[in-house]
Design a protein around this ligand. Structure first.
Ligand code: ADP
Length: 160
């Protein structure tokens, strides 16, 4: 049986923290579906198509990764993809509280699915999409926080 996991998120934009979770996830699962949320309540700067395109260009040759979109209930999407695991990352205690609630809610709706959490590696713990947008908006650099092609796309977006 194929071990397929879904890694859902806003990825607005994808960061080195996200990439680290994806790379480590690949070691655990046969297939990883990176699912861009289209109905997030967050105010996004990139469209879902742009976010998916960035993710695709970061992993051009990786056969175990699928980039996709989801809207509506995550558990419905995960079932539809015939995956058994939801992969999420944790940086801080505040992530933990939110993730814990979501995992419990998902478990009560879909007991057959497991949420697997990966702790951030220390050097990524301060990285979030919103912090990066804030830094770049005020003229800072995204070095070590986002890949160069994401930095270029973000700079272009902020200047447009
Ligand atoms: P969402 O809006 O679903 O929280 P995000 O794109 O902000 O989407 O994050 C997707 C997932 O990646 C979440 O589980 C989040 O905790 C995790 N994540 C984000 N940044 C990091 C990081 N620097 N290290 C580890 N996990 C991270």
């Amino acid at each position: 049986m194929i071990r397929r996991a879904v890694y859902p998120g806003s990825f607005d934009p994808p960061t080195e923290g996200h990439l680290n979770i994806i790379r480590r996830g690949l070691a655990l699962f046969d297939e990883l579906v990176v699912a861009v949320a289209t109905n997030t309540s967050k105010n996004t700067i990139f469209t879902p198509e742009e976010r998916a395109a960035l993710l695709k260009s970061l992993f051009p040759k990786e056969k175990k990764i699928r980039i996709d979109y989801f809207h509506g209930l995550l558990v419905d999407y995960v079932r539809e993809k015939k995956a058994s695991v939801i992969l999420r990352g944790i940086r801080t205690m505040s992530d933990y509280e939110y993730e814990f609630q979501m995992a419990l809610a998902n478990k009560s709706m879909a007991p057959e699915l497991e949420t697997v959490f990966m702790m951030t590696e220390g050097r990524y713990s301060h990285i979030s999409s919103s912090i990066i947008k804030e830094i770049m908006r005020f003229g800072g650099k995204g070095k070590d926080m986002i890949p160069p092609l994401v930095e270029t796309a973000l700079r272009k977006k902020l200047n447009s």
